[in-house]
Design a protein around this ligand. Structure first.
Ligand code: L34
Length: 284
C-alpha cells in the first residue's frame, strides 16, 4: 500500500502559514483582498467558489464575492473586471472557469490586470512562467508540485509524465517540473503508446478529466502519482482520473480524490493573493 498524500493536511499547513503572514501585513495596514467572480449556476463551480471564500476567511484575507446570472453578457463581465482592476482594495481577481458559452474566456483572461491575475492565466504571466521569472504560479500545478515535495521525492533527473495539455494544468505543470530539472513528457489524446510512456514515469501527473483513466498497468512500481481529475460519478461521488484502488497497490505515493489536489489549488490561491498584495503595496 502506497503512502497517501494528504492534500487536506498540506493545504491546512499552507493556509496557517498564510494566515500568519496576513496578520503581520494587517499590522502594517495592508489588508489582502480577493475578488471571486462566479457567472452562472454550475454546481461544481459553486462548491469551489464557496471553498475559496471559506479559505479567505481562515486566512484573514478579505473576499469580495460577485455572483452573476448565467445571462450576463461578455461586455458586462468585462466592465466588472475593469472596475476590479482599478479597485485598490482588490489585490487578486479570480473569475471562476468555465464561463457560460456566450462569453469568450480568453477575452476575460486578457482583461484581468496581470498584477492581479492570481490564477496566472494571463499571457504575460504564462510567458513569465515559461522563462522561469514569475510572481505567481497557476494554483493547481503549484499545488501538485507542493504535494510531490511533501513526499520527499526529488524531482531533479526523474522521468515525469503529465497526461493532459490544458493551458490551466497540463502545460504549466510540465513547465514547473522542467524548472525543477525533471525530464518531462506531455501525453494527450493523440499520443501513441500512452500506457508504455506512463509506465516509464517516476512521477505521473494525471489531468485528463476522465474517470479512472490511469489503470494499474500504466503505472511503474514505486512511482509518485498525482491525480488532478475531479469527475462526478453517477452515484454523485467524486472520482479522480486514476483507478485509485488498483494503482495504490503499485505506486509509492498517491493523492486521493477528494482531499488531494483540490484543497491545494485553494491554498495556493491564498498564497498568490498575499503575494499580489505585497507587490501592489511595494513590500516585495
Ligand atoms: N479561474 N477557474 C479558475 N481558477 C481555478 O483555479 C479553477 N479551478 C478549477 C476549475 N475552475 C477554475 C479550481 O478552483 C478546479 N478548481 C477546484 C477548486 C477546488 C476544488 C476542486 C477544484 C476542491 O475544493 N475540491 C475538493 C472537493 C470539492 C467537492 O466536494 O466537490 C477536493 O477535496 O478535491
Amino acid at each position: 500500500m502506497a503512502q497517501l498524500i494528504d492534500g487536506k493536511a498540506v493545504s491546512k499547513q499552507i493556509k496557517e502559514e498564510t494566515a500568519k503572514e496576513v496578520l503581520a501585513l494587517r499590522e502594517k495596514g495592508i489588508v489582502p483582498g480577493l475578488a471571486v467572480v462566479l457567472v452562472g449556476e454550475d454546481p461544481a463551480s459553486k462548491v469551489y467558489v464557496s471553498n475559496k471564500q471559506k479559505a479567505c476567511k481562515a486566512c484573514h484575507i478579505e473576499s469580495f464575492g460577485y455572483v452573476l446570472p448565467e445571462s450576463t453578457s461578455e461586455e458586462e463581465l468585462l466592465k466588472l473586471v475593469g472596475e476590479l482592476n482599478e479597485d485598490p482594495k482588490v489585490n487578486g481577481i479570480l473569475v471562476q472557469l468555465p464561463l457560460p458559452r456566450h462569453i469568450d474566456e480568453n477575452k476575460i483572461i486578457h482583461a484581468i490586470s496581470p498584477k492581479k491575475d492570481v490564477d496566472a492565466f494571463h499571457p504575460v504571466n504564462v510567458g513569465k512562467i515559461m522563462i522561469g521569472d514569475y510572481d505567481f504560479l497557476p494554483c493547481t500545478p503549484a499545488g501538485c508540485l507542493a504535494l510531490i515535495d511533501s513526499t520527499g521525492v526529488e524531482i531533479s533527473g526523474k522521468r515525469c509524465v503529465v497526461i493532459g495539455r490544458s493551458n490551466i494544468v497540463g502545460k504549466p505543470m510540465a513547465m514547473l517540473l522542467l524548472h525543477r530539472n525533471g525530464t518531462v513528457t506531455i501525453c494527450h489524446s493523440k499520443t501513441k503508446n500512452l500506457a508504455e510512456i506512463c509506465r516509464e514515469a517516476d512521477i505521473l501527473v494525471a489531468a485528463v478529466g476522465r474517470e479512472k483513466f490511469v489503470t494499474a498497468d500504466m503505472v511503474k512500481e514505486g512511482a509518485v502519482v498525482i491525480d488532478v481529475g475531479i469527475n462526478r460519478m453517477e452515484n454523485g461521488k467524486l472520482c479522480g482520473d486514476v483507478d485509485f484502488d488498483a494503482v495504490k497497490e503499485k505506486c509509492a505515493a498517491i493523492t486521493p480524490v477528494p482531499g488531494g489536489v483540490g484543497p491545494m489549488t485553494i491554498a495556493m490561491l491564498m498564497k498568490n493573493t498575499v503575494t499580489a498584495a505585497k507587490i501592489q503595496n511595494g513590500t516585495l
